[in-house]
Design a protein around this ligand. Structure first.
Ligand code: SF4
Ligand code: SF4
Length: 309
């Protein structure tokens, strides 16, 4: 289930990220800088960051910005721009970025950039006064940051040496040894669980949940600062059966609490821009999503779990 990433042609001590978000207040305590690494081993049907899934940089087409000036087409070295359907013939595109540079309307953008250890450290250190004043720091997110664990490990050590507190958001699908070696350096680990039934998990996320649940158990046994979260996706993760199974699993681990994440449909609009093959879910992300979140919280509380939302 963990896809091989050795083919990634990233220079040593470099990584590919798709965003570095400053002044983030939802990714851990205080004011934080969240680094979104590119690449994820899962393909959750509700993914809000579909531009994170492929490990390599890619081109995104923002149809609403296009004025059909056609400056992009002649500069493409692979004849990868067309005027019907998805603007990019992705099998031909190597994300060279020339079309994005040529477009005066910002309708073509490269998602993903290479960062060096020193460069990323400089970037996150800019807001150190805010971290210090608020108890914040840096959050490693994605995609799945642990897919680039060599870099992440080195970055963690550098942050630690500079007195920065670093947290991790993970889907749990990682090689245990690679993360275990760095456990003492994480201020917190937010660990997402989705579905307890292996077949349901495979169908809805494209991955096996055994390694995820094993890693969760090992983190708890190692007394790592892990906190579990679960996205409440209406009709998928919030069935009575799954909620009961999640509660039983938490009781078995002697973990008393979980944080529930409300479903948002923002990933669906992004999919067309990058030619994602993930079909849309067409779920209501207004009142229905809020009601389902409240209902799931109630069910889990009824099973004796403390719930935050
Ligand atoms: S684990 Fe997260 S980033 Fe990866 S596919 Fe699922 S929701 Fe998207
Ligand atoms: S990124 Fe490069 S290869 Fe891809 S469509 Fe644009 S110009 Fe062509």
């Amino acid at each position: 289930m963990i896809r091989d990433t050795r083919w990634l042609s990233v220079p040593e001590q470099h990584a590919i990220v798709f965003d570095v978000q400053r002044f983030s207040v939802h990714d851990g305590p205080g004011i934080r800088t969240t680094v979104f690494f590119k690449g994820c081993p899962l393909r959750c049907r509700w993914c809000q960051n579909p531009e994170s899934l492929r490990p390599q940089p890619e081109i995104a087409f923002y149809a609403e910005c296009c004025r059909r000036a056609r400056d992009c087409q002649p500069v493409c070295p692979h004849d990868a721009i067309q005027w019907s359907g998805d603007r990019i013939v992705r099998q031909r595109c190597d994300a060279c970025g020339r079309c994005a540079e040529a477009c005066a309307y910002d309708a073509l953008r490269i998602i993903g950039r290479t960062v060096s250890l020193d460069g990323l450290l400089d970037e996150v250190c800019r807001d150190r006064p805010f971290y210090n004043a608020s108890g914040g720091g840096v959050t490693l997110s994605g995609g799945e940051a642990t897919m680039q664990m060599d870099f992440v490990g080195a970055f963690l050590r550098r942050c630690h040496a500079h007195g920065l507190r670093v947290g991790l958001q993970t889907c749990g699908a990682f090689r245990w040894e690679s993360v275990a070696a760095h456990l003492p350096l994480f201020a917190f680990i937010q660990f997402d669980v989705k579905l307890m039934d292996p077949e349901q998990h495979r169908q809805q996320t494209g991955g096996d949940n055994r390694v995820i649940l094993d890693n969760a158990r090992r983190l708890v046994a190692a007394q790592a600062p892990v906190a579990f979260r679960m996205p409440v996706v209406p009709g998928i993760t919030d069935t009575d059966l799954n909620l009961q199974q999640v509660a039983a699993w938490l009781h078995d681990l002697r973990v008393p609490a979980i944080h529930l994440l409300r479903y948002h449909a923002m990933g669906e609009a992004k999919r067309a821009r990058i030619g994602s093959p993930l079909p849309p879910l067409h779920l209501d992300d207004g009142a229905v999503a809020s009601n389902r979140l409240a209902r799931a919280a109630e069910r889990l509380r009824h099973e004796g779990i403390k719930v935050t939302t």
